[in-house]
Design a protein around this ligand. Structure first.
Ligand code: SF4
Length: 490
């Protein structure tokens, strides 16, 4: 996450996971496995990729802008990364944050030897910590919050690298899933609430870590278990694994949006198949928000599993009434709103022969700005749909995320600006409805949200952030101080 602009302007009309991480230790060709694992995590970040490896003597580092395949498919690229331990990272850049200096894993030579870190998440007090570090003479090379971790480790007075890392992590607020490499081995850890995902697997003698289980399928690894919230797993070069819980016991709050949209449907998250969870959300949506219609049509690709569930529970036939082209350019390289809209039309096309003369229920995973939803409704009407009903497989997204997900600033979120009926008018649907937060919880975990003790982070729906937001609060206080009362001119 970029430190300069926490209100990152999301491309298009989806929230975007900002990072994916993968690590392998005691692997015969760690960098090749890492490149393959990152390729399976490409959906979590498409602007930049990096891998750091270690061969017992030296650390090697290769980073680049673009996709994994563009940077790591050539044998020469992997040959630059020898060794039996490697960690890698895919990321989206944020406003002002693109460029190689922010591409992870970040690497530094510390007093105790090389230190590389790949981070998925966002430290919500990073600015405050950075100010303090800079005041004490630290010089930052990047605008990434992850570099704060390196400086905190570097300046910790504890004797071992593990204790120094724990000392650093104690100061952090927010979300982190980290893969750290040192000359003693690999450390994988999650923040005390486990907001961002991290799983552990095995291939032969090698231990591997990834943001999602789908990476293990692709590299041929066996899924062992999730890294527990607040757990720090330390693996040495003899294969010994220590599990530490230095932060006490907390109630886990993994990101519920992993089930809604971020994770690949062929991953397992928080013990549940993402595909099955999405289907179940669609079923809940059909029970909660039924409508008379002829066809259930998913907004591809992310609306597909929920639409299957909606069709199953409602008895309305499922059809691919919108076809997605997989060969359009990425809309996020186009900065203006106009270009973004053109991108939507190039990406989706109505399947006119199916849609014409029909009452359609459109199913999408979420509505962020609402511009894509509006265009898709219009596309259905242009193709001859007689009614277009919009059903959303998540509650209204009315709050920004501060835990490593690229969200538009709150004023651009449709649900933060409008109540339900104005939203319906904005997207020009005949009806609009969202699954309830209890319905979402029932689908992904089998129980209601249970108001006081939610099992997930659901802050982008509820506004109830599970950690302090120190940087945000400081900034708001500063803005309030600067806003002087305006005297009325008679
Ligand atoms: Fe996930 Fe939303 Fe929480 Fe961010 S605010 S971690 S997107 S549930």
């Amino acid at each position: 996450m970029n430190l300069t602009n926490p209100f990152c302007d999301a491309d298009g009309d989806k929230l975007r996971e900002e990072c994916g991480v993968f690590g392998a230790i005691n692997a015969t060709d760690a960098a090749a496995a890492t490149a393959l694992g990152l390729h399976a995590l490409q959906h979590r970040g498409q602007e930049a990729v990096g891998i750091v490896s270690f061969d017992g003597q030296e650390f090697y580092n290769r980073r680049g802008l673009g996709h994994v395949a563009e940077n790591f498919s050539a044998a020469e690229a992997i040959a630059e990364l020898p060794g039996f331990m490697a960690a890698g990272h895919v990321r989206y850049s944020t406003t002002g944050g693109s460029g190689l200096r922010n591409v992870q894993p970040l690497y530094a030579d510390l007093a105790g030897g090389g230190f590389a870190v790949a981070h998925n998440g966002n430290i919500s007090n990073a600015q405050t910590l950075k100010q303090d570090l800079v005041g004490r003479g630290a010089i930052f090379q990047s605008t990434s919050d992850t570099e704060v971790i390196i400086h905190l480790v570097a300046t910790s007075r504890y004797p071992t690298i593990t204790d120094r890392l724990i000392d650093a992590l104690r100061l952090l607020e927010g979300a982190y899933a980290l893969i750290v490499m040192t000359k003693e081995g690999m450390i994988a850890c999650r923040d005390p609430l486990g907001i961002r995902p991290l799983v552990m697997g095995r291939i032969g003698e090698a231990t591997v870590f990834a943001s999602e289980t789908v990476a293990f399928d692709v590299v041929g690894a066996e899924f062992i278990r999730e890294v527990e919230p607040g757990e720090l797993l330390r693996i040495d070069f003899d294969g010994n694994i220590d599990s530490l819980h230095p932060f006490g016991t907390h109630r886990a709050r993994p990101c519920i949006f992993e089930h809604v949209y971020f994770s690949r449907p062929d991953s397992v998250f928080a013990g549940r198949s993402v595909y099955e969870a999405r289907k179940a959300i669609g079923e809940e949506l059909a029970r909660e928000k039924p409508v008379e219609a002829d066809l259930v049509v998913p907004v591809p690709d992310s609306g597909v599993p929920a639409a299957i569930g909606y069709a199953h529970a409602s008895g309305i036939p499922f059809e691919l009434g919108i076809i997605r082209s997989h060969y359009v350019g990425r809309t996020f390289i186009q900065p203006s709103d106009g270009a973004r809209h053109a991108g939507v039309k190039r990406k989706h096309n109505a399947n006119r022969s199916l849609v014409e003369g029909k009452r359609i229920v459109l199913i999408d995973d979420s509505i962020v700005r609402g511009t894509t939803s509006m265009q898709i409704v219009e596309m259905m009407r242009d193709a001859g749909a007689t009614e277009v009903h919009f059903r959303v497989a998540s509650p209204p997204t009315a709050h920004s995320c501060f835990y490593g997900v690229d969200t538009p600033e709150r004023s651009k979120l449709l649900a933060a600006r409008m109540e339900l009926e104005p939203m319906r008018e904005f997207i020009r649907a005949d009806s609009l409805a969202f699954v309830s937060i209890d319905g979402l919880y029932r689908a992904v975990s089998g129980t209601d949200r249970n108001a006081g003790v939610p099992q997930f982070c659901d802050a982008c729906f509820s506004g109830q952030y599970p950690t302090p937001l120190t940087d945000l609060n400081r900034r708001e206080a500063q803005i309030a101080q600067l806003t002087l009362p305006v005297e009325k001119v008679a």
